[in-house]
Design a protein around this ligand. Structure first.
Ligand code: BG6
Length: 367
């Protein structure tokens, strides 16, 4: 049942190329120039009337939503708010009929997310569910459903569900963009072509997993570490940090790279590992200057960089891992893979039960 892998988590990490393909299948026009989300009941007039989007979810699904916010705002220029579902209902969110609420849930059964969905509907919003389970409560109660075709996810720590949620956001963001005309057809085609390369690029990362095992073995000797990144790299940092904490029980904190100096820079002491994500070329120099700040305080910096940037980055960091280069917006779908593998190997190095971490359930049906 684990298909030759020692744990479900590792099996599911390896299923991601297929999960990406399955989630894209049938949703891209044959000429590769447009997205076709025929399952959505939204008319073009409805989409043109959307004034605000709220993305609501828990845990890892929430982290996918953080990437989704950037994706939608940059492709469709519609303002997006993100909320953890357990907070959403109690902050008296401003929900109007021109608000689209997107709930994200692997299981489709998370009580907090379901309660948020009901609150949104009560207030007249349309609800789109991004979920992995056909016929789940969330899928049944939402107005529209985008199924992620990750297949069953058994390991408590989510991997392929998260990445296919990213794919769903890319597709939906492009769907909005082509309906609203915020991006031209050539651009949409360029993004779609890059998306089709993602499975192959993920394979390339998986082929190098032994390198990541060594890195994880070293990180697992520490009790505290940091993740830093800017833009979508910050969103991926938060997911990488959560994954590590969930299964290795190593404490870590994800910081927006430029915010560290406004906060807990004092905690960067000699030898503290800092995992830096630098996939966003526009922000490269800025993040590099933050890396210098932590290096000056003795941090050990492990960086995830784009292929092609290794030589330059190697001058400023202690260790690095290069991922195949894609469009900046799509980088999370590749950059998270080494972080998943590091969490897996760190958990293994610490002798933990990788698939069943303590005090954590796969799906929580109480609020
Ligand atoms: C938590 C799980 O309880 O719920 C997380 O432990 C998960 O792994 C989160 O990300 C949300 O679950 P779901 O099914 O709504 O995506």
């Amino acid at each position: 049942e684990k298909a030759g892998f020692d744990h479900f988590m590792m099996k599911e990490i390896h299923e991601q190329p297929k999960a990406y393909r399955d989630t894209m299948m049938g949703r891209i026009a044959e000429d590769g120039k447009s997205v076709q989300l025929t399952e959505l009941g939204m008319t073009a007039d409805y989409i043109k009337a959307i004034r605000k989007i709220q993305i609501v979810a828990c845990g890892t699904a929430y982290h996918a939503g953080l990437v989704g916010k950037t994706v939608i705002e940059s492709l469709a220029r519609i303002p997006v708010e993100t909320d953890v579902a357990s907070e959403y209902r109690y902050r008296s969110p401003i929900i109007t009929e021109d608000t689209l609420v997107i709930v994200v849930s692997q299981s489709g059964e998370t009580a907090d997310t379901l309660a948020a969905l009901r609150e949104a509907k009560r207030n007249g919003a349309r609800v789109l569910a991004i979920t992995n389970v056909v016929g789940s409560s969330v899928a049944r109660e939402a107005d529209d459903v985008l199924i992620t075709s990750a297949g069953p996810e058994i390991a408590v720590a989510s991997t392929k569900a998260y990445t296919t949620q990213l794919i769903a956001f890319y597709l939906f963001g492009l769907h909005l963009a082509q309906t609203l005309g915020t991006k031209d057809q050539a651009y949409v085609a360029e993004v779609l072509a890059a998306m089709k390369n993602l499975p192959e690029q993920v394979e390339q990362v998986l082929e190098q997993k032994t390198v990541l095992r060594q890195i994880a073995d070293n990180l697992s000797k520490h009790n505290n570490l940091f993740f830093i990144g800017r833009g979508v790299d910050y969103a991926v940092s938060q997911e990488g940090s959560l994954k590590l904490k969930e299964i290795s029980y190593i404490h870590s904190e994800a910081y927006a790279a430029g915010e560290l100096k406004h906060g807990t820079l004092a905690l960067i002491e000699d030898g503290i590992p800092v995992v830096a994500l630098i996939t966003q070329e526009e922000l490269y120099e800025k993040t590099l200057s933050n890396i210098k700040e932590v290096k000056a305080r003795g941090a050990f910096v492990f960086a995830v960089v784009n292929a092609g940037a290794e030589v330059e980055a190697a001058k400023s960091v202690d260790e690095l891992f290069a991922i195949p280069k894609t469009l900046p917006l799509l980088a999370p779908a590749v950059a998270v893979i080494p972080l998943q593998l590091i969490s897996y190997y760190a958990s293994l190095a610490r002798g933990n039960d990788v698939d069943k971490p303590r005090n954590l359930a796969k799906s929580v049906t109480v609020e």
